[in-house]
Write a new protein. Structure first.
Length: 362
């Protein structure tokens, strides 16, 4: 157990360990269960809720149909990323999940701009006691299907959400999403029923518990950012290779904009302004490169820094992500890493490092 964001969270479980938990989550017909109850769950109410949220985040929230969700980015006026978030149209409210380490900062940020718009009909409701379990892996749909037979998991799209009964527990919000590159579900549940739900899931033959260690190696193989490492308030969506969260060149949010910081990295036409650095994947080095490892060109010029790195149990090699000068961001560009004082060759590599298994209906 380790302290994290004011909570005590498991890095790994006794008898398993990070490697076994990672490989089990990736294995056919298997699933890992992560307790992510430290995440912040927020509900937004009022006829102006979407209008206000679209000022604070990138992406088309107004276009979400009931039950649909998407990854978005909470922005500041400098064009930097305050946090990443999953936002769902829950019908009569907007459901938002933010990172545990950022949730109080996020809410203070929202409150600041709410105070500047007193005429808006919008209300933020934080659910501090609501719990969240993430069931991840190719066997997640089989395990959950037994406990929630009312769900049509053969047709439930990735990034969609519904309220249903799971293991006899009513009013669970099940969202098909995750942070591992696998198919999976995040289940929001009342605090009084969280232990019962976890026990019911762990009773399924496909499911074993998994901790923060495996969560980190799984997301890194999938090329997914960890806020605070790979993203922060000085990084724009363009630098972070997350322009897709805004929409394509002709999308409403690229053209209309209206969210905090948009003029910093978007022209009035919606065209992207030039950037000097970009987030990339890195592989080919013999030893793992940890955060803050310096990146050099083969000619010896310092061109960037690793933000996340380690060993990929499924990838079976060292892997990392970081920021390099844009002229070095092309796939297969040869670079050098300064690892423990020794210059080590590596290459810029496309992400994800392993094939993802996000669900797509046939």
């Amino acid at each position: 157990m380790v302290p994290f964001a004011g909570y005590s969270l498991p890095v790994q479980y006794e008898g398993l360990g990070v490697l076994k938990e990672h490989l089990h989550t990736r294995a056919p017909d298997s699933a890992g269960l992560f307790d992510v109850s430290h995440m912040g769950q927020i509900k937004w109410y009022g006829k102006d809720a979407v209008k206000f949220i679209e000022k604070m985040v990138v992406g088309d929230i107004a276009g979400l149909k009931a039950g649909e969700g998407k990854l978005s980015l909470i922005m500041n006026e400098a064009g930097g990323i305050v946090d990443d978030t999953v936002i769902t149209n829950a019908g009569d409210y907007i459901y938002m999940v933010v990172n545990g380490a950022c949730k109080y900062k996020d809410m203070d940020h929202f409150k600041k701009y709410l105070s500047l718009s007193p005429s808006l009909d919008v209300r933020m409701e934080y659910e501090p006691e609501q719990q969240l379990l993430a069931l991840q892996g190719k066997g997640a749909k089989t395990a959950l299907g037994r406990l929630a037979p009312s769900l049509s998991l053969s047709t439930m799209n990735f990034m969609t959400s519904t309220i249903t009964t799971v293991a006899g527990i009513p009013d669970c919000r099940v969202t098909r999403c995750g942070y591992t590159g696998e198919d999976g579900f995040e289940i929001s549940v009342a605090p009084s029923q969280a232990t019962n739900l976890a026990k019911a899931l762990l009773d399924q033959p496909e499911v074993k518990p998994a901790g923060l260690g495996a969560r980190d190696s799984l997301r890194l193989e999938a090329g997914l950012c960890l806020y605070g490492n790979d993203l922060d308030e000085t990084i724009t969506p363009v630098e972070g290779a997350l322009t897709w969260t805004i929409g394509g060149p002709k999308s409403r949010r690229r053209k209309e904009q209206g969210f905090l910081g948009a003029p910093v990295f978007l022209e009035e036409s919606g065209k992207l302004k030039p950037i000097t650095k970009k987030r990339v994947g890195i592989a080919g080095m013999k030893a793992p490169a940890r955060g803050h490892t310096e990146i050099y060109s083969v000619e010896g010029e310092k061109i960037g820094e690793v933000t996340s790195g380690g060993f990929g149990p499924t990838y079976q090699k060292a892997l990392a992500m970081g920021y390099v000068k844009t002229e070095y961001a092309k796939d297969q560009t040869e670079i050098m890493l300064s690892i423990r004082g020794k210059m080590t060759p590596a290459q810029v590599t496309k992400m994800p490092f392993v094939e993802t298994s996000y669900f797509k209906p046939e």
